[in-house]
Structure formats: C-alpha cells, structure tokens
Design a protein around this ligand. Structure first.
Ligand SMILES: Cc1cc2nc3c(=O)[nH]c(=O)nc-3n(C[C@H](O)[C@H](O)[C@H](O)COP(=O)(O)OP(=O)(O)OC[C@H]3O[C@@H](n4cnc5c(N)ncnc54)[C@H](O)[C@@H]3O)c2cc1C
Length: 637
C-alpha cells in the first residue's frame, strides 16, 4: 500500500481553510443517523466525543477509568502553547510552526504542524469560554511562561495543574452531552480489539472490567484517543494504567505503526529511589523558567550543595547552550544530564541526578512569588523526597515521558484502515522525533475540538457505510478471538507475576533502546525480547477469573502487547541509522556529541505494517519534504 498523506495543495497558510471548504458535509438532519465510537476520554477523546455530539452525531465513548475525569491528561502540569503573542515578544503562527518543526528535528509533516500552530489560538479562546482558570497577570490578561525550545513566552498555564483544569473544561462539555443523550459513556470498559468489515473500521470489542462481560459495539467510524505507550518501559511518568493495547490491536488489524522508536525522555523527573519503585514523577519543565541546572565541576564531589562555591559549579546547560540555557529542548537537556552523570559528576544516591536550583530566583523574586508559580510542584517534591526545595536544590534525572510514535494518520487523522481515526498522543503526532514542552495538550485539543469533527464528516458523507449490527459474522469472530485470548492468559498458570515480566522488559528497553541506543545493543534486545515473550506465555501467573474485577488479568493483556510492541520499537531504532531528536544512536553524533541526522536517507516517517505472528513487519516510508523550514543542523547554542 502506498502511503498517501492527503496533504491539500496550495500555500501552507491556506491549506486547512481550503480543505475545510472542499470537504463534503453531512446534512445536520443526517448526523444523528451515524454512530461514532470514541475510545478514550482524555483531552483528545473527551473533546472529540463532546464536539461530535454537539454537531449531532450519536457518540459512544469508552474509558477504562471509573470516570473520564481520571484520564492521564489530568497529570499534565506545565501548560499549553498558543501563538497568541500576548507578550508582544515576537511570537507568531509561523514562529510556533518553525519552533515545532525544528524542535522535532525535522521529522514531522510541515502541513500538519502549520495547521496545529494556526489552531492553537482557537484552543485558548475555547478553553477560556469554558471557564478554564488560566493564570492571569495583575491587570487581568492571561499570563504566559516559557518552555523548552522557544525564545518567546507562549505557554498558558493554570499553576502546575494545567491538564487537570483543561480536562475539567472538556469533561463538563462531555457531561452536558451525556445528559442531553448525545453521548453514551462506558466507563470501566476496556477496548480489546477492533472490528474491520469490508476493509473499514466498524466496531470494537470491549470487556466490562467489573463483570468481565465481553461484547461488541458497532458504529460507522471508530476514533482512538487512547494516549501514549511510555509504560512499555515499566518506569515512566505516565499514569500506571496508560497502555498500548487499543492501538497495538488496531495495528494487528491493519493500521500502520509510525516511528515506534521515537520516545521522549524528560530531563526533569525525581530520580528513581529503589528497585521496587513502580512509577516516576515529573517535575514540570516550567520549573526551568526559574530553576538553574548544575552539577559539581569536580568528579565524585559529594559535598552538600550549599558547601560547593559558585566557582566550583558547572551550570552545564547555560555553558553549552548560551542562547537557550536551562530551556534547551528536552532531548538535548536529557542527554546533557546523562553525559555529566556518565562523567561521575552526578549527585544524590548512585550519582544519577543533577541539581535544579531555585536559590537565585528566590533571592531575586522572593519565596512567595516562587510559591505562587510552582507551589503544588514544590509540595509534591517535598512529599516524595522529604527535602524542602525552597531550602535545598531539587535533584532531578531524565525519565521516559511521552511517545512521539503511534498509529500513522493522514492529514485527516485517518489511519491506514478507512474509518479508523487516531487522535492525541495515540497517533504518531506532529512532534517529529522530539516533542517541545506544552505542545501535547495543544495537539490533543486541536485534534479533538477542531480537526477530527471536520474531517470525519467528509468520510461519512463520502463512504456512506452500510448499517451492520453486532451479530455480523466478523463481529462474532473478533469477539470469540478476544474471549479465547483472555482465557489463554488465565490458563498459563505459571510461576512469575505479570509485573516481574513487565519490569524485566522495561529494564531491557531502557538499557538498549532508551536515552542512547547502538546497533549491538538493539540486536541484543531483539534477541532477548522474543525469548521473554515466549517465557511469558509459558510461565506467567494470572490469578482470579475472567468473570470479575481482575486487575492482574487487565495488566497481563497489556504486558502481552508491550512484549510485542517493544520488539517493533527496537527494530525501528535499528533500521534508522541516524540520530534525530529523542532517537540518539551512539554511532551517529557530531564531534560535540549532538544528534547527527542523515536527511538524504532518513527524511521520512517510518510506518510499519503488521505481517502476521511469524513474519517480519513491513516498512513503508512517507517521504518528508521541507518547503517552508530550511533543513539544517539543529542548534540551540
Ligand atoms: C506527568 C505528565 C505531565 C505532562 N505535562 C504536560 C504539559 O504540561 N503540557 C503538555 O502539553 N503535555 C504534558 N504532558 C503530556 C500530555 O499530558 C499527554 O500527552 C496528553 O494528556 C495525552 O492525552 P490523550 O487524550 O491523548 O490521552 P490520555 O489522557 O492518556 O487519555 C487516554 C484515554 O484513553 C482511554 N483508554 C486507553 N486505552 C483504552 C482501552 N484499551 N479501552 C478503553 N479506554 C482506553 C483512557 O481510559 C483515557 O480515557 C504531560 C505528561 C505527563 C506524563
């Protein structure tokens, strides 16, 4: 199959308007005849479900939490970008577009990124109208702060809980539509497979997580807003429940998986403190507006930070990247932290940490100003580490945070299966090989509020899918396969817990396909992952039954999928013989240790097609062309 991104013709600034005009519309009276299945009720899925229902479609929305309000989006701390230029500091739609393409190390599609920058301004208006309490200046105007990879202040925020406030906005819109009858909500319901009929996505098979009942829902289109797969690494900043099952099983039904190896490692997380830890905690990038990152100049210096004089400190980000300083992009700041720790200049237990120091900002602005900006983050840090960051510098270390890879989608956000749309972090996104801070919320909401509700109408009006019901033979077949798979997990009856497999997989992936990768490590991982998978299916122990709430069973299904996805990630990382963004191949770096791209051979999106259990996946390439942003070595110096 040739990948057709369906990018509209014409100048980049006119493409979206022109496309919206050219797309077919569904007559308002006909919209209620269509059922759209939306899996996920985070910022992407929740905003899409509510908006589609407001447009008049019948929506069935699913999530595995007990309430849409608990989607992982609620954890987003720092903010959301928009090219409003409220600070009059030189921002514009073009600058946000430029920063994002460059920040992603030239591995994103220009047309999509430009549209994202255009829509960013509408998102803020939409959210303000909903009552989202963004921080304001003394005079009442919306406040902004800076995030990595930008020299302007364009990040809108609500203290350190922007995701929560945005989600409350989307949620109240969703609740309104639920009570109106436009959305039927299915909480505690997990999608376990996709039903494809005559080549089109027509439904999903789900398990009621309380009763264990497996059933099929059909509709005229299916939307996946199921979030990222960072938990494949076991330890990550993601919510523990985040997983890849929905997109992975859709992949096995025909949706191509793009750039699976592009993982974002966030530089500012609380360092791991023990072997049995199951979760890592982010300290928002916004903290780098005021915190300064440093390590001792001397190797192995174990003096407490207040005993290390200024002259014996290395503010390595300010030294290496004077233009962007502490707000260097995430991939670059993470690698720089790794480098100083590899040089045995790291701090804290095991030397896997660097300082994020607020002493200067507190002296300059006062403790109250810092508390007002970041109070909840400081409190969270203190509760976890028992150290007071107003008095001693925070200790931070990079951790898995976001996945730029995901299901391949065209300009309309449709996957390679007609009728299957993918939005938010679940798609391969507009962030290329590295996402800039505060742009995931922007993308999820652009997809859900503004893009998908337009493009899905064009599909429904053109394809006019015939009516089917859950008794269709294909539905019955997929439902039966799901039931069999669930029973198989329970029947293994082995000796190892699901978590022990997950932890081992995560460690392997972090070591071989994490912050730095090389061919020999990736080959080793490609040998060990199938062996671990084979042991899983022989020796996993899943207690309980399938007719009740069974969290071990839920986890087992997710880990089974991670064990397959991890192999594809390593395969993708091995084939991409260049470094770009978060994909840092040790063999491909510049003399001063920066990522060395190979545009001649790798300026493409790598989209993998599932070819069956015992066959190698097939790689398809979507070439990337850059007409508006000049391809150049990325520099933040
Ligand atoms: C700690 C942290 C802080 C962050 N801070 C920021 C920030 O400040 N700014 C920013 O731009 N980005 C931030 N991000 C990234 C951002 O939060 C996420 O990328 C974004 O919220 C993802 O939204 P989503 O709607 O795509 O997915 P999610 O919010 O993860 O929602 C996924 C939804 O899918 C459902 N689901 C998943 N699988 C299934 C299934 N099989 N069956 C049924 N339902 C399913 C879930 O129940 C949930 O409703 C942060 C990320 C983390 C981890």
């Amino acid at each position: 199959m040739t990948l057709n991104a369906r990018i509209p013709s014409g100048p980049i600034q006119d493409k979206w308007d022109k496309h919206r005009f050219e797309m077919k519309l569904v007559n308002p009276a006909n919209k209620r005849k269509y059922t759209v299945i939306v899996v996920g009720s985070g910022l992407a899925g929740g905003s899409a479900a509510a908006t589609l229902s407001e447009l008049g479609y019948q929506v069935k929305c699913f999530c595995f939490q007990d309430s849409p309000r608990r989607a992982h989006s609620i954890a987003a701390q720092g903010g959301i970008n928009a090219a409003k230029n409220y600070r009059n500091d030189g921002d514009s739609i073009f600058r946000l577009f430029y920063d994002t393409v460059k920040g992603g190390d030239f591995r994103a599609r220009e047309a999509n990124v430009y549209r994202l920058a255009q829509i960013s301004v509408n998102i803020i208006d939409q959210c303000v109208a909903q009552g989202v309490p963004f921080a304001r200046e003394y005079g009442g105007l919306l406040a902004n702060r800076s995030f990595g990879g930008a020299q302007v202040s364009r990040t809108f925020y609500a203290r350190g809980q922007t995701g929560q406030q945005l989600l409350l906005g989307a949620y109240q819109q969703l609740e309104k539509e639920i009570s109106r009858g436009g959305v039927t909500m299915f909480p505690r319901t997990e999608m376990l497979d996709l039903v494809v009929v005559n080549g089109r996505a027509r439904g999903i098979v789900v398990r009621d997580m309380v009763t264990g009942r497996i059933e099929t829902h059909v509709g005229e289109a299916v939307v996946l807003g199921t979030g990222g797969y960072g938990n494949v690494f076991y330890l990550s900043t993601n919510a523990k429940g985040s997983n890849a099952t929905a997109i992975w099983r859709a992949h096995k039904r025909g949706a191509y998986f793009a750039n699976p190896c592009f993982t974002q490692i966030h530089p500012t997380c609380i360092p791991q403190s023990g072997e049995y830890q199951s979760k890592l905690t982010l300290m928002s990038e916004s903290l780098r507006n005021d915190g300064r990152v440093w390590v001792p100049l001397q190797q192995g210096d174990t003096r407490p930070p207040d005993r290390i004089p200024e002259a014996e400190r290395d503010y390595y980000l300010e030294r290496r990247y004077p233009s962007f300083g502490n707000l260097a992009p995430r991939d670059i700041a993470s690698r720089a932290a790794k480098t100083v720790c590899d040089e045995t200049r790291g701090v804290g237990p095991g030397g896997l940490g660097v300082y994020l120091d607020f002493a200067g900002a507190i002296e300059r602005l006062g403790e109250d100003a810092i508390r007002e900006r970041y109070g909840n983050l400081f409190e969270m840090y203190q509760r976890i580490t028992d150290e007071n960051p107003y008095r001693v510098p925070m200790r931070i270390y990079p951790a898995v945070h976001y996945t730029m890879g995901g299901l391949w989608v065209d300009y309309n956000l449709m996957s390679t299966i007609p009728g299957l749309y993918v939005i938010g972090e679940a798609n391969f996104s507009d962030h290329g090989a590295n996402r800039l801070g505060a742009s995931a919320l922007m993308q999820g909401l652009a997809d859900g509020y503004f893009i998908l509700p337009n493009t899905i109408g064009d599909y429904l009006a053109s394809a006019k899918p015939e009516k089917i019901d859950a008794g269709h033979p294909e539905c019955r077949l997929v439902q039966e396969e799901t039931t069999v798979l669930t029973r198989r997990l329970l029947d293994v009856n082995g000796k190892r817990t699901v978590d022990s497999f997950h932890r081992e997989l995560g460690r392997l992936l972090w070591d071989k396909c994490g912050m730095a990768r090389d061919a020999s490590g990736l080959r080793e991982a490609l040998g060990r992952i199938p062996a671990l998978r084979e042991e899983f299916w022989r020796n996993v122990n899943v207690p309980g039954s399938d007719a009740e709430l069974n969290q071990a069973l839920e986890k087992a299904g997710r880990v089974a999928d991670f064990l397959e996805l991890a192999e594809l990630m390593c395969r993708d990382a091995l084939h991409r013989e260049e470094s770009c963004g978060g994909h840092f191949r040790e063999e491909f770096q510049t003399a001063d240790g920066e990522a060395l791209r190979d545009d001649e051979h790798f300026a493409y999106v790598g989209a993998w097609e599932y070819a069956g259990r015992d066959a190698d996946p097939r790689l398809h390439k979507e070439p990337l062309t850059f007409e508006y942003v000049h391809l150049a070595q990325r520099s933040y110096k």
